[in-house]
Design a protein around this ligand. Structure first.
Ligand code: GAP
Length: 454
């Protein structure tokens, strides 16, 4: 599979997201703020489902991981210890002519501000500065007085909140290695070249596990997490031939890592990182011990053994994963001479699971439909929609990825049955209202595979 094999363009996905209110440009009425996005109703529900599935796999279905929600603002020494203050930089050049900034190690991918068909430096008027290192952390001031000692940073990764809580968790969660700490939260990076919609932004959400293991088990646990995280994406419907693992070459590794593999997805822009799975060794606990003076190690009272655990880190982006699920789900097909756009999302990810629709707005159908909807929504995320022709309403639900549609029609008043429509196969079946909730649950819980051809 190569970049050209992606059967949907990013523009098509962006247009659907806007049309159906998944994602908007942030601060749009002021002309937008570069590379920041706001999630609308269906976008919130979809991203929440992605995060809920991550929590389910990370914590609910395991005995060895506990949850954490650390503050975004951390003691500034954290970033000295982690190496971010010194080393979390990208090489940057400015163009004095067009005033744009570029990553100097990526000029081949960038477009000249004067003539976008050329790369920076290739146009006769380009006037690039020397390359210099630019720290990606956002700085802010803590407290009312603006002085040097009050500088704090918006965290560039959630991981450090986990490392500094290692001792607390060891003590209060009564865990011993191998065990992990999981966290979902916002991270901020002043990226020089953000872009590709929510793929690379300056404010984003991470879903990270730091998994602490005895040093001689690190290799085994790295393998475990590579396999486990790949399976998470495919079980949620990502087609396996659009997903791959790519091992980092030695010169690509972050300062803390001895081995990293990326889970990559075939986005419309090509194969790109979805998640990084790193062996961080004892780098972080050792550095925080050094900088805080607090011993961050494990003491086994049974064997009398004392050691600094090594860390395996599966680190995923919630926004990037959401984008991958959207891209993988986007499909168009011709039905009875008309094109339909449909999001073939895994039912567990779909923002709305069932739409309840009266066939027409008369003959008691809306009233009966509302009764059924109110009953269903107690246990299943449902939506009631009365406006417009039934065809239009089906198309709307297809575009937001609703897997099942229930239509209340003339026959409902006679025998209390409804039509159940399947988003993917378009098959319609008659179901008694008395059996509806059970039928919906069993369909939503059935194994699901993307019907999109690969
Ligand atoms: N703690 C390790 C760490 O932060 P990373 O590879 O820099 O590693 C992990 O980030 C994940 O966070 C990435 O695989 C990606 O999904 C997401 N991510 C990183 N930078 C991002 C950005 N600017 N916009 C959106 N997601 C981003």
């Amino acid at each position: 599979m190569q970049a050209g094999d992606a059967e949907v363009t990013l523009d098509e996905v962006v247009a659907l997201c806007k049309r159906r209110g998944f994602v908007f440009q942030s601060s749009e009425i002021y002309g937008g703020l570069g590379s920041t996005y706001d999630y609308g109703h269906y976008g919130v529900l979809l991203k929440n489902n992605v995060k809920a599935e991550w929590w389910r796999a990370a914590v609910q279905e395991r005995d060895d991981i506990v949850a954490l929600d650390a503050a975004i603002l951390m003691h500034p020494r954290t970033w000295e210890a982690s190496g971010h203050l010194e080393g979390f930089t990208d090489p940057l050049v400015d163009c004095r002519t067009c005033k744009q900034r570029f990553r100097s190690d990526d000029l081949e991918q960038a477009q000249c501000g004067k003539k976008p068909s050329k790369h920076p430096g290739e146009h006769s008027e380009c006037d690039l500065t020397d390359s210099r290192q630019f720290n990606l952390m956002f700085e802010t001031q803590m407290g009312p007085v603006k002085d040097e000692g009050a500088t704090v940073y918006l965290r560039p990764e959630t991981a450090q909140g986990i490392f500094v809580n290692f001792k607390n968790v060891l003590q209060f969660a009564r865990k011993k290695p191998p065990f992990g700490i999981a966290q979902v939260g916002k991270a901020f990076r002043n990226e020089i070249t953000p872009g590709n919609f929510v793929f690379r932004t300056r404010e984003f959400e991470q879903m990270e596990i730091e998994f602490f293991v005895p040093p001689d088990e690190a290799g085994k646990w790295h393998e475990h997490w590579l396999e486990s995280r790949m399976r998470w994406y495919t079980e949620l419907g990502i087609r396996p031939d659009r997903l791959r693992l790519r091992e980092h070459a030695g010169d690509e590794l972050s300062h803390y890592s001895s081995a990293t593999s990326d889970v990559e997805y075939l986005f419309p822009m090509g194969w790109m990182e979805l998640e990084g799975i790193a062996n961080r060794g004892d780098f972080d606990l050792t550095r925080h011990t050094e900088f805080s003076g607090q011993k961050l190690e494990y003491f086994d009272q049974g064997s009398g053994e004392r050691y600094v655990p090594h860390v395996i880190e599966p680190s995923a982006g919630a926004d990037r994963a959401t984008l991958a699920f959207l891209v993988d789900a986007y499909d168009t097909e011709e039905v009875e001479g008309r094109e339909r756009t449909v999001l073939r999302l895994h039912p567990r990810l779909a923002p709305v699971k069932v739409a309840v629709l009266p066939l027409v707005s008369k003959e008691g159908m809306p009233e009966r439909a509302r009764e059924i909807y109110q009953e269903l929504r107690r246990t299943i995320p449902a939506e009631y929609d009365q406006g417009g022709s039934i065809g239009k309403r089906y198309r709307r639900q297809d575009e937001i990825g609703t897997p099942l549609g229930v239509t209340i029609d003339g026959q409902t008043a006679e025998d209390d049955t409804v039509t159940l429509r399947d988003r993917d196969s378009l098959k319609q079946t008659r179901v008694p209202v008395a059996d509806l909730a059970d039928e919906l649950s069993s369909r939503l819980e059935a194994p699901w595979q993307s019907p999109k051809s690969s």
